[in-house]
Design a protein around this ligand. Structure first.
Ligand SMILES: [Ca+2]
Length: 253
């Protein structure tokens, strides 16, 4: 068996002890059989609290992350999510006074919260483990959970916050449906939430008037903007010039 012992068990946590054990057994039995797609696959959406699928935030900022589920006509009886993020960039906020870290605030979309914990398999990987189940099931649509991530450092490039899948360790983001006990299904087309730098923009005026037989000095920094950096800190480079163009670079480039 993989390292199940070291994990927080969906039915063994302190979040909910009142659910009948057979419900836990059904949910856990389902963890070992995965069918990639159902007839009408449910969907999972990961976005910021403001509804963005791509964002940039600076060191020390707190980012709200919201995860929603749409059953797409299926009768869902269970949802299990491992939401991954880069621990070098983010720290999940503990949202409950209970012992340990409970990063998710569940919306009780299905009713009973079975798991809300943080796994840290490596220095770079954080997993928010969250699970809900319902005895009767429901064709649900709406917020599953929300959590907060604090930005630990500056970053260039992009990093994904996404639904994690690792079958070898039984860490699968899946759901169960009524009438298919023992089976779990993967959500369709789950797009990651991207943390990324926004590209700089140069917006020169429509017309630059040059007097006859004279030259003009155009400072492009006046027309450059970037969400994260002042124009003076952007890196400028002349990539082409021909005999009719003269380019002079001045200032702090
Ligand atoms: Ca806590």
């Amino acid at each position: 068996m993989p390292d199940q012992v070291s994990e927080v068990h969906p039915c063994g946590g302190s979040v909910n002890q009142v659910l009948p054990k057979w419900v836990c057994r059904v949910l856990l039995a389902g963890m070992f059989v995965v069918i990639p797609t159902a007839v009408n696959a449910a969907s999972l959406v990961i976005e910021t609290g403001a509804g963005l699928t791509r964002f940039y935030a600076q060191q020390g900022d707190t980012v709200e992350v919201a995860v929603s589920v749409d059953a797409e006509g299926e009768i869902l009886t269970g949802v299990e999510l491992f939401l991954s993020y880069d621990r070098r960039l983010f720290e999940a906020v503990d949202r409950s006074p209970e012992p340990g870290i409970q990063p998710a605030v569940g919306a009780s979309l299905l009713g009973d919260i079975l798991a809300d914990s943080l796994l840290t398999p490596s220095d770079s990987l954080g997993l928010v483990h969250y699970a809900e189940a319902s005895l009767t099931g429901g064709v649900v649509s709406g917020l599953l959970l929300e959590l907060q991530l604090v930005v630990l450092g500056d970053w260039t490039g992009s990093s994904a916050i996404t639904a994690f899948q690792d079958s070898s360790r039984h860490r699968l983001s899946v759901y169960t449906v009524s009438g298919s006990e023992g089976l779990t299904f993967q959500f369709k087309n789950t797009e990651p939430l991207l943390y990324a730098n926004l590209p700089p923009v140069i917006m020169p005026p429509d017309t630059i008037l040059i007097q006859e037989d004279s030259s003009a000095l155009v400072d492009l920094r006046e027309f450059a903007s970037d969400s994260e950096s002042p124009a003076d800190l952007l890196t400028w480079e002349v990539v082409s010039a021909d005999a009719n163009i003269s380019v002079k670079l001045k200032g702090s480039l």
